[in-house]
Design a protein around this ligand. Sequence first.
Ligand code: SF4
Ligand code: MSK
Length: 674
Amino acid sequence: MAVDKKAEKAPKVADPIAASIDTATQQMIRRAQELNIETVFDRAVTMKPCNIGIQGICCKNCAMGPCRLPLPKGGIEGEDTRKGLCGATPNTIAARNFIRMIAGGAAAHSDHGRCVAEVFMSVARKETTDYQIKDPEKLIAVAPNFGVATTVEVDGETKDRDFDEIVLEVAKKAMAEWGKPEGSLHYLNRAPKPLQEKWKKAGVEPRNIDREIVEIMHRTHMGVDQDYKNLMKQGTRAALADGWGGSMIATDLQDVLFGTPNPIQSEANLGIMKEDHVNIIVHGHEPVLSEMIVAASQSKEMLDYAKTKGAKGIQLGGICCTANEILQRHGVPPAGTFLQQELAIITGACDAMVVDIQCVFQNLANVAKCFHTKVITTHPIARMEQDNVLHIEFDEHHAMDDAKRIVKLAIDNFTNRGAEVMIPRQKATQIAGFGVEAIQYQLGGTFRGDYFTLNDNIINGRIRGIGGVVGCNNARARHNEAHIAVVKELIKNDVIVLTTGCNGIACAMEGLLTPETAGVFCGPGLAEVCETVGIPPVLHLGSCVDNSRILLAATEVVKAGGLGKDISDLPAAGSAPEWMSEKAISIGQYFVASGVYTVFGVNLPVTGAPVFQDYLFKEMENLYGGKWDLIEDPIKHAQAMIAHIDKKRKALGIDKARDRVLMDMADRQKLESA
Ligand code: SF4
Ligand code: MSK
């Protein structure tokens, strides 16, 4: 048979339908292929992952390696004799790799928090006028958690303390969390008391944020810590320093500076871009610059300038968690999730892609070369080598000037667009902006001022439990498929979902973040609650650092009473169906160490070390009440979460209440059909 040489040489490309469930994404993958522009979806087809690395059993911590310890075909029978040149076991190697991922993730979140704390310090010292304190009440609420008094005694009378003094003291205390020489992190005191006791007993209270990350790098150096349990102890310290430290400080100070989120309507997906507007896409994680870009792009000066170039206005959109930050505070719509970043440029209508830190593809610069798009890096620690990338370094002391410079550059670039504009039409409406305080208001009410109504509905069985579903996309899995399948399965079974990160954007694109969704996708109990209160069954709590909001929401549920004494008692479970980043591993570990059963999808780099895997998946529950799991199939993944929720309901003695609620509904349905 004659071989078609041309077909043989044709580069392998992704099948758009196999690559994503989202039709806008499929359309843009096709568009990219027509234009011969390679995207991450194509690269995922041509480059397969390393089969040993994926199992976590490749060590390159010294130059005698890399030492690779593949599992023997047919599994381990008898003693596991695999070892590296130095004798390191699969458990040691997998645990070292795992906690180095925690170090990477905790460092990323915590450095983000440090940057926000530095801006906050500039405000406290009155070194900048571009930023102000937008939510003084939140500052007063969080100050005592840092041990900062908000009142003073004067002549036997209690008076409010000078506000500026409080701001400065909070700024100093917050900054000290990264490097104080003794004690432990202040925010640990926000956790339920039994959890604090567990941390103390296990000896994992973080001392300061930087130290825990540095110590991981030391312990995992060749020839130091060679006991997987001791390695995980340090991994837990660093993860807690992220969740109850750097991330939580980032969330709080961002709320203080930029406003605490409230429910707000917006849209999501590539269809938010407008052909007749200047389109600016902000991408990354830190809101300190994007807050200024929002203000600059809404200023009369910039809007008038855009009109002089023939644009009808300025459309701002976001990708990843910078998107979530400006969505929850300003209603700026996300243009897509992590895997859609290249596609935003391939529309041909992106006049500037402004990036800061984390989750930014270096390939953006290569894609931008095919269009007029300006890729602008803004952070001193995150630059790109390609020569078409502009670097405009952001400085909080002249933040508005920097933001205006960037917006003006995008406006000037509007007239350089080529003919090849194609913006998909798909976009969906969403309601975002559910912080801890907003949930308290929506579900607790001002009268009781706590989570009583939520607890009541969990106890009476209308709400079966709480699912925290978060995290990234992963090009090794079909874009958004597992995100949506897990969330739909949970809400169908009356589990209310708290979402952050790219899962939040995926749910928004699918239209799951509207109150109307309840009547379509939810079980009868959850639908009834959502319809009565007027909330979506999936509550968007923000960005990756805002996973700290989920920890605090869970703590509020414990405090409201009736559902046990600790987070591990709650009918709740966590999930990251399409995770990819090291931050997700840090988040997973701080959820587990806070008492949450946490299920990951795709894969987990521990499968090549079965003993270490067992430690994470089983034994860890004895220490903290939470444990890891890996389930790729999204329905089985959600069902495992539901089974855990039911186990906790039974332990609380509230499983019968749910049976009664369901019986009531069936009775009602019988009546209706009679
Ligand atoms: Fe191999 Fe040990 Fe060096 Fe790792 S530390 S590369 S296992 S010799
Ligand atoms: S952005 S870390 S891809 S959630 Fe926070 Fe999305 Fe994951 Fe980045």
